[in-house]
Design a protein around this ligand. Structure first.
Ligand code: SF4
Length: 418
């Protein structure tokens, strides 16, 4: 095995830049167990190769994380959408914009505007934990694992999106995810969630109650569509909300009660999707882990470390059908197997082999964020914010209960007809 793949790389410790440590991150563990060959190429512990064309969701996800970090922390930009735009400008200044970034700017801006201008108006933003005047957002920590390798401490690298404290003084870790659709069935087995509870326990000296798992769908709520017949579409797949639909009915018919009955089932459907902690665009789930689970997690890390720290471990591939859609270096892997010049193929896919890429390059944009006064929400975004604010202020029609209110009341009081 070539030395470049064999050797374990070190990086400066967060606490003492003069000390070199070996950092294990959750993503490393997952990658290592998934395919050792791929891990050897792209893990910062090994060759640390940087892909020439990084998938756009890395760039987009970082922007959303930054927007939420600022919004729930120092709030320098005063608006999550503006913070996202500041990120776009900063990555532009660093020449770190990926292909296709233009289409993602309105998406990020819309998602963040919807969250801060609308979603949170109906729900608690939850209280960010501040320590020594520092908001606990995007907290980077290195947790000592009590192991040394070739004289270097081995630490677990973790980044906590946000810590909050509830009315009972309990800590909660926030984890942000953006995706096309909500994912609801993995919570019990999600290793990342367990790692956050374990890591936050070490960092804050007390076990948090759990993780607030926040999912943002990559859609911007829109006014319901008007069909060529002049009618309003009641297609359940369209990205809209009950308040927006209610607003359109009011605009077109003067009031909800004057609207044709054919629209009421769809309005009821949209209303029923609005929950205390979720609507069809954003949801919060509260996930807990007990003490036994976090102890067991720590034991697993140490078992895996035995393999990951072994520089002579064969880095064999794990070829599965999933490689086709999940491996960015599958052509290099193929070349290696069929005897082609895989080194040449590898060079065409990667841009650098700096193992410290994550620690240096990825964070450069933070140094060149524009001042808040230079970031202006585009007119469309301001109009959108106004629209969704107006839609939620719509009066609910005098004394008479709206049809969707009646439905909810029936459901909550058990007075339905079944
Ligand atoms: S193609 Fe599959 S086996 Fe080959 S490096 Fe990628 S993930 Fe590993």
């Amino acid at each position: 095995m070539p030395e470049a793949v064999r050797a374990l790389k070190t990086v400066p410790s967060i606490d003492d830049p003069n000390e070199q440590v070996i950092v294990i991150r959750g993503s490393d563990r997952a990658q290592f167990k998934h395919c050792r060959r791929l891990w050897g190429w792209i893990s910062h512990l090994k060759m640390g190769l940087k892909l020439r064309d990084e998938p756009i969701y890395f760039w987009f996800g970082s922007g959303i994380h930054w927007a939420l970090e600022d919004f729930h922390g120092y709030n320098r930009y005063g608006h999550a959408g503006k913070a996202f735009l500041a990120y776009v400008e900063a990555t532009k200044a660093c020449k770190a914009l990926p292909d296709g970034w233009e289409e993602h700017v309105p998406l990020g801006l819309g998602m963040m505007s919807y969250y801060s201008d609308y979603w949170l108006r109906h729900r608690s933003p939850l209280e960010t934990l501040w320590l020594d005047d520092v908001p606990q957002c995007e907290v980077n920590a290195q947790i000592d694992l009590g192991v040394t390798y070739k004289g270097h401490r081995v630490v677990y690298g973790i980044t906590i999106d946000r810590m909050t404290v509830d009315a009972y003084g309990q800590l909660w870790i926030h984890e942000y995810k953006t995706a096309k659709a909500f994912n609801l069935y993995h919570f019990d087995l999600d290793e990342q969630i367990t790692s956050y509870v374990w890591g936050a326990t070490k960092v804050y000296g007390e076990k948090p109650a759990g993780v607030v798992y926040l999912q943002y769908r990559k859609h911007i709520p829109q006014m319901p569509r008007i069909l060529s017949t002049g009618k309003i579409s009641v297609d359940k797949k369209q990205p809209t909300t009950a308040p927006l639909f209610r607003q359109l009915l009011t605009d077109m018919f003067g009031s909800i009660n004057s609207a044709p009955q054919e629209y009421i089932p769809f309005l009821n459907h949209l209303t029923a999707e609005e929950e205390a902690e979720a609507d069809r665009f954003i949801r919060r789930d509260y996930i807990e882990r007990n003490v036994h689970e976090i102890r067991s997690f720590e034991e697993r890390i140490h078992m895996e470390l035995e393999d990951m720290l072994n520089e002579n471990l064969p880095l064999y591939p794990n070829r599965t059908r999933g490689c086709v859609w999940s491996c960015p270096l599958q052509h290099v892997c193929l070349a290696m197997e069929d005897g082609s010049d895989y080194q040449d193929t590898l060079r065409s896919y990667v841009g650098s082999s700096d193992g410290q890429y994550y620690f240096n390059e990825v964070l450069k944009w933070r140094q060149v964020l524009p001042p808040p006064e230079q970031v202006v929400l585009p007119e469309e975004a301001q109009m959108y914010a106004q629209l969704i604010q107006e839609s939620q202020q719509l009066p609910r029609e005098g004394q008479q209960a709206l049809p969707e209110q009646t439905l909810l009341e029936e459901l909550s009081h058990g007075q339905g007809r079944w």
